[in-house]
Each structure stands twice: as structure tokens, then as C-alpha cells.
Design a protein around this ligand. Structure first.
Ligand code: PHE
Length: 453
């Protein structure tokens, strides 16, 4: 017996849910740093072109697979590829987000911990000597980060367990606007700091001399990661989108909100980094390692304002990460409820235990388990690298091939134009199909080759 399926309420609910998945840690730490490293506006331009030509069509491919099937990701793929291969591809798409959420929620846990610390004025009063090596000490402690990881995962499970409408939709509908308000406030704060202009220049000055082959690969990889492609999320969420909704509008709306948030995050972080006279750091350490120095340096002039900014900042990181991890968990929950006929609450709990256990190992790989290496990597890095470089890329390739080469053209057309009713979409359809059939697979292949070679 099939469980009765829920739907998202309307256009705003759909975009809020998709944007919730897209906007996450990737926008806050990775995008601003990549922009700075790769020639500012030059990188942004390349990123936009890749999003339009590659990521957006892949997003549409996945949303068509999801909405046409009205089923969880495993079943959706099974409809297109019968037999064992379909089973395998489908299960891979269910496995990837669970693998991802296990370590993603470790980082989510750090944001909870920092948020708690930031509520204490001592956080911004710390001297550079006290802060030195703080991040390494913090992640190696080792049990508190594990606890916060479980708290974060628990919050994720709590939202998902409430269901698609009362849980995911309701949460995303208020949290996404809140996130934008928070980030705009932080941008204003950051831009009014002394010396902020240097940061704006670092972000925006197009410097084509910094553009190398790697810039293109970084832009492509970031665009995939940020739009949550190849993880079964878009397929699952789209299966909750009503037949009357416009999938192209949902895709474009998501891509625009995602880019807007990434840019705002850049303007919130980088000018503050420069104002504090600190080198923009790399990777996740930028937010968790560098930011405490920035807040403490800024607190010398205005401690209260700096403390408030610190709290709002970690709150924004927490919410952004939470809306993404919710989407990651939902793929597995949809699978368990529909294919294994489990109750939503039990399915969420089961995944809490499994992902909690694996995430705990990832968290401990910064401390007691740091000697345990797989392919020369700590468990956390191994999980991150396989998820982003292998599973997500394979998932995207499968989606594109299925939508562009396996699914009948008539189904693709029907889903993207609502049976021809949406005239503008019907005009755009040949372009989208061309991008899907020829351009997107080529882009994915380049990503694969860049990792292998
Ligand atoms: N898009 C999210 C971010 O930018 C990360 C993510 C990737 C979420 C894949 C879900 C799936 O942080």
C-alpha cells in the first residue's frame, strides 16, 4: 500500500524549500573565499554562466524526474531504469545524502557550539593569545563536538519528523526570509567597519590574471554543490511539487536566491576580515577559526555591537546549515516511509541513529581517531571528498542521462511546460533539452576528469 503523499503549498513554499537546501555552509564559507582567490567579479561571472548552462538544466532534469514520478528517489529512478541497474542507481541516490548529512551535521554542530559560546561576552573579549590554536583544541576535545553534532542532527530530525508540510515547508518558509534579514544586517555592519572598502575591492575587482583552468573547475564544483545536485534531494522535493507549479520558475528562483545569499555572505564576511587586518583564511576554518579573531578585534572599539554581530552570525550559519541538512535527511525518510512502509517518526529516528553514529566517527577523526586514515585521509575528509567529488557527480550524471536520453521527450516537455500551457517555457524547451543532452554531460565529464587526473 502506498502512503498518501503530501505536497508543498504553493510557489513560495517550493522555492523556500529548494532554497533552504541550496543555501548552506557552501554559501557562507566556500563561495566568498573562492571569489577572493579566483579574481573577484571574474569568478562570479564564470559561476553565473556555469549555473545557467549546466547546473540549472541539471536541476530541471532532477525536478522532472521527481515530479513525473510522484515517488521517492529510489522508485523514481526505478520507473526509468527497470531491473537491478535501476535499483542500484536509486539506492545510490538515497545513500549519498545520508553519507553527506553525517559529516555535514558535524559542522552544523560546531555552529551550535559557537552560537552558545558567542552568547557569552567573553567570546569577543578573548585575546589573540587565548584564541591561538583554539579551533584545533575545540574540535579535538573530543566529546563536546560529538554532543553538539547530535544536538544539530536531533534538530534536523525534529523538523523532518513533522512531515513535508507541517515540518519542512513551515520551517523553511520562516527561516529563509529570516536568514536574508540576518545576512543583510551583517552586511551593513561589515560595510561600516573601518577599512571595509579593501574587502569590497577584493570581492569585486575583476582580475582575469587570476583565472586559471582551476578557476573553472572550482566554479563548476561550487555551483553543483550549492544547488545540491546529484543527491536525490531535488528529485525528492520535486515529487512534492504540485502539477500546476512552474518547474522552470522554481529552478530559476532557487538559483537566484542561492547566488544572492552567497554574494551577501561574501559582503558580510570579507570586509570584516580586512577590517580586522586578517588574511582571508581557507575552507571551513575561515568561519570557525578566523571569525573569533575578527569579532575580538572589532570588539576593541564596540564590544556590544561586536558581540551581537557574533551571535547573529553563528545563528545565520546554524539556520542555513539546518535547512540543508533537513533536505538531506528527507531523501532517506521518504524512501523508508514509502518503500519500507515505516512511520515517518520511526524512519527519522532510525536515520538519526545511523547518521549520528557515523557522524560521531567523523567528528572523532579530529581527535582520538585522527590516526585512522582511509586513502590517506581522515574519516571526515574522506566522507567530504567522496561525497562531493564522487557520489554527487555520479548522481548528477545519472539524472542528466535519464532525463535527457531515457525519459520520453513528451514527458520532459509535459513536466517543463505543464502540458504546453506555459508558453514561455515551451519556447525555452528546445534550449533546455539541448543543454541537457549535450552540454551538461560534457560539463560533468570535465568535473570527473579533473578529479581523476
Ligand atoms: N547546498 C548546500 C550548501 O551550499 C550543501 C548541500 C549539498 C546540501 C548537497 C544538500 C545536498 O551548503
Amino acid at each position: 500500500m502506498r502512503t498518501k503523499r503530501e505536497n508543498f503549498g504553493g510557489r513560495m513554499a517550493v522555492i523556500a524549500a529548494f532554497a533552504g537546501s541550496a543555501i548552506g555552509l557552501g554559501n557562507i564559507w566556500r563561495f566568498p573565499y573562492l571569489v577572493g582567490q579566483n579574481g573577484g567579479a571574474a569568478f562570479i561571472l564564470i559561476y553565473i554562466v556555469f549555473t545557467l548552462l549546466l547546473s540549472l538544466p541539471i536541476f530541471l532534469a532532477e525536478s522532472v524526474i521527481g515530479r513525473s514520478s510522484q515517488a521517492n528517489c529510489r522508485a523514481a529512478i526505478g520507473f526509468l531504469v527497470p531491473g537491478r541497474a535501476g535499483q542500484l542507481f536509486g539506492l545510490l541516490m538515497v545513500f549519498t545524502p545520508l553519507w553527506l548529512v553525517s559529516y555535514y551535521s558535524v559542522v552544523g554542530g560546531w555552529s551550535v557550539d559557537y552560537l552558545v559560546q558567542a552568547c557569552h561576552l567573553d567570546f569577543v573579549r578573548a585575546t589573540p593569545e587565548q584564541l591561538d590554536g583554539g579551533f584545533e583544541r575545540f574540535i579535538a576535545r573530543p566529546w563536546l563536538p560529538v554532543l553538539f553534532h547530535m544536538v544539530f542532527l536531533g534538530a534536523t530530525v525534529a523538523v523532518v519528523a513533522f512531515g513535508v508540510k507541517s515540518g519542512i515547508e513551515r520551517f523553511c518558509k520562516w527561516s529563509i526570509p529570516t536568514l536574508f534579514v540576518l545576512i543583510v544586517f551583517l552586511v551593513v555592519y561589515s560595510l561600516t567597519l573601518p577599512g571595509a572598502f579593501k574587502g569590497v575591492e577584493y570581492l569585486l575587482k575583476p582580475d582575469f590574471s587570476k583565472v586559471t583552468a582551476h578557476t573553472f573547475i572550482d566554479a563548476l564544483g561550487q555551483s553543483f554543490f550549492s544547488l545540491s545536485l546529484g543527491t536525490g534531494i531535488i528529485i525528492t522535493y520535486s515529487s512534492y511539487v504540485k502539477k500546476s507549479e512552474n518547474l522552470m520558475v522554481a529552478g530559476v528562483g532557487t538559483a537566484i536566491s542561492d547566488l544572492a545569499f552567497a554574494l551577501l555572505a561574501g559582503f558580510a564576511i570579507i570586509p570584516a576580515v580586512f577590517s580586522a587586518g586578517i588574511e582571508p583564511g581557507t575552507g571551513p576554518t575561515l568561519i570557525f577559526d578566523t571569525l573569533p579573531y575578527i569579532f575580538s578585534s572589532l570588539a576593541q572599539h564596540a564590544p556590544i555591537l561586536s558581540a551581537v554581530a557574533a551571535i547573529l552570525f553563528f545563528l545565520a550559519i546554524f539556520i542555513a546549515a539546518l535547512t540543508s541538512s533537513i533536505s538531506l535527511l528527507e531523501v532517506g525518510v521518504a524512501y523508508l516511509t514509502e518503500e519500507k512502509e515505516m512511520k515517518r517518526g520511526w524512519a527519522s529516528l532510525l536515520l538519526f541513529v545511523i547518521c549520528g553514529a557515523f557522524g560521531t566517527l567523523c567528528s572523532l577523526s579530529f581527535g582520538p581517531l585522527s590516526q585512522m586514515k582511509i586513502l590517506g585521509m581522515k574519516l571526515f575528509d574522506f566522507a567530504d571528498s567522496t561525497a562531493s567529488n564522487v557520489f554527487m557527480v555520479i548522481g548528477s550524471l545519472i539524472s542528466v542521462i535519464l532525463a535527457a536520453w531515457v525519459m520520453p521527450r513528451s514527458v520532459l516537455f509535459r513536466e517543463l511546460t505543464n502540458g504546453g500551457v506555459l508558453r514561455r517555457n515551451a519556447h525555452l524547451f528546445p534550449i533546455v533539452r539541448f543543454l541537457l543532452r549535450y552540454v551538461a554531460p560534457f560539463g560533468i565529464l570535465v568535473l570527473i576528469l579533473s578529479t581523476v587526473l
